[in-house]
Design a protein around this ligand. Structure first.
Ligand SMILES: Cc1cc2nc3c(=O)[nH]c(=O)nc-3n(C[C@H](O)[C@H](O)[C@H](O)COP(=O)(O)OP(=O)(O)OC[C@H]3O[C@@H](n4cnc5c(N)ncnc54)[C@H](O)[C@@H]3O)c2cc1C
Length: 402
């Protein structure tokens, strides 16, 4: 029996597995699908700025098991392209080698570390479920602690998508662990080394973002970054000193360094370059999708590190790996429609359309859409085997029309 091995149990890996299983099921192909990942959950990373809860991750077994997809927990250490095998360390320090006929690489991305003194010890982030949990515990500790200089000062480094969402949500998060008066009293500071907020989002959404940050009483420091972090203070690159108990870094993602194992060309974010079939250039038996892969979404644009791209890319990679095993035609990935939905805390959310990000819905209407995306659209399908298989149809409409 042939083996399809998927590395990574995020959005791309999950949907690759489901779609591959659907195609094999429909076309009578026998292949074993194994999904290798670090834990048995899909972490819903786009929600990690929200008030922390167990619901920010979803169990993988209930969606994989009905389709006969094997879940192998472990950390991939090495990919041997010559031998076609994936080497991983598993619980108890054992190692395991998994042979593959087709590999689907979906190991995702990680926060770029801030390489400054004190960051490794004191900087927090919301990149993974564990990091978000650590941040939440820190928040609880700080809010319970006796008052001291900087106790209620919360510094968010990076004025991009995640920094904006966290900054505008911060008072709600403080209130959740204390009270309205404490939340009002807190200083929320957003540090952006450029001279505009949301630089990568372009000019169109900026007025709404700036208004929301004003309403949330977020102080913005432009043109500086953090130079040093101590337990209760930070020093900025312009030498300013701020007493602060909390520093959260949100300065952008890079592809999982495991990409280097594929021995193929990468882009500026460290993503492996793939062709229109999502095949890693130069490797006929490896597909890649999601944040770890750089694919063309249309003639002018590369897919972004986003769920919106990772889910369809995962579906195409799964479809193509399965049809490659079956010896039937593959289908080229493309995704010309692009939208964004940015949470702006108590100001609602901003939904934009097109690569120029033209605002289309805002306030409470935008917020309702954001909540639907965050609590329904990006969660794994549930229910019977048939309904899970139906959700994995490459021609199904996702994201649903808005
Ligand atoms: C705070 C935050 C907010 C975001 N907000 C949005 C948003 O609003 N909208 C949006 O579209 N996107 C958003 N994103 C981006 C989005 O979360 C990613 O694009 C998406 O998670 C990519 O999916 P993926 O499957 O490619 O990778 P990931 O979700 O990163 O999954 C990778 C998987 O690989 C596994 N893995 C990694 N290394 C190994 C290894 N060595 N061995 C075994 N398994 C491994 C991981 O455990 C994980 O299961 C946000 C991201 C963050 C961090």
């Amino acid at each position: 029996m042939k083996n399809i091995v998927i590395v990574g149990g995020g959005f791309a890996g999950l949907w690759a597995g489901l779609t591959a299983a659907r195609e094999l099921d429909l076309h009578g192909g026998a292949a074993r699908i194994t999904l290798v990942t670090k834990d048995e959950y899909l972490t819903v990373r786009p929600r990690l700025y929200e008030v922390f809860s167990e619901g920010l991750r979803a169990p993988l077994r209930p969606v994989l098991e009905p389709l006969g997809i094997q879940l192998q927990l472990g950390t991939v250490q090495d990919i041997d392209r010559q031998q076609r095998s994936v080497h991983l360390s598993v619980a108890g320090g054992e190692s395991l080698a998994l042979p593959y006929d087709r590999l689907i690489f979906t190991a995702g991305s990680e926060q770029r570390p801030l390489e400054i003194p004190g960051a490794a010890k004191f900087a927090l982030n919301i990149d993974t479920f564990a990091a978000a949990q650590t941040f939440d515990r820190h928040l609880q500790d700080v809010l319970r602690a006796p008052d001291r200089p900087g106790r209620l000062t919360f510094i968010i480094v990076g004025g991009g998508f995640t920094g904006i969402e966290l900054a505008t949500e911060m008072r709600t998060r403080i209130r959740a662990h204390s009270d309205a008066a404490t939340a009002r009293k807190a200083r929320i500071i957003l540090i952006e080394r450029g001279n505009v907020i949301g630089r990568h989002l372009g000019a169109n959404p900026r007025p709404a973002i700036e208004a929301a940050l004003r309403e949330a009483q977020v102080e913005i420091y432009f043109g500086a970054s953090v130079a040093q972090i101590e337990r209760d203070a930070v020093r900025l690159t312009d030498d300013k000193h701020i007493d602060a108990s909390t520093v959260v870094v949100t300065t952008g993602l890079r592809a999982n360094p495991l990409v280097a194992q594929l021995g193929a060309n990468t882009d500026d974010h460290g993503r492996v370059i793939v062709d229109e079939m999502l095949r890693v250039n130069g490797a006929h038996d490896i597909f890649a999708a999601g944040d770890a892969a750089c694919a063309k979404a249309d003639e002018q644009h590369a897919a972004l590190m986003s769920c919106q791209h990772a889910i369809p890319m995962g579906k195409y990679a799964g479809y193509n790996a399965a049809h490659d095993v079956l010896g039937t035609p593959l289908r080229p990935y493309s995704q010309p429609n692009y939208v964004t939905c940015l949470d702006l805390g108590e100001s609602g959310a901003l939904f934009t359309v097109g690569w120029e990000r033209k605002p289309e819905k805002s306030g409470a209407v935008g917020k309702q859409l954001k909540q639907t995306i965050n609590t329904q659209w990006i969660y794994p399908p549930s229910g019977s085997r048939e309904s899970i298989l139906a959700a994995a149809d490459l021609d199904g409409v996702w994201p649903p029309a808005v």
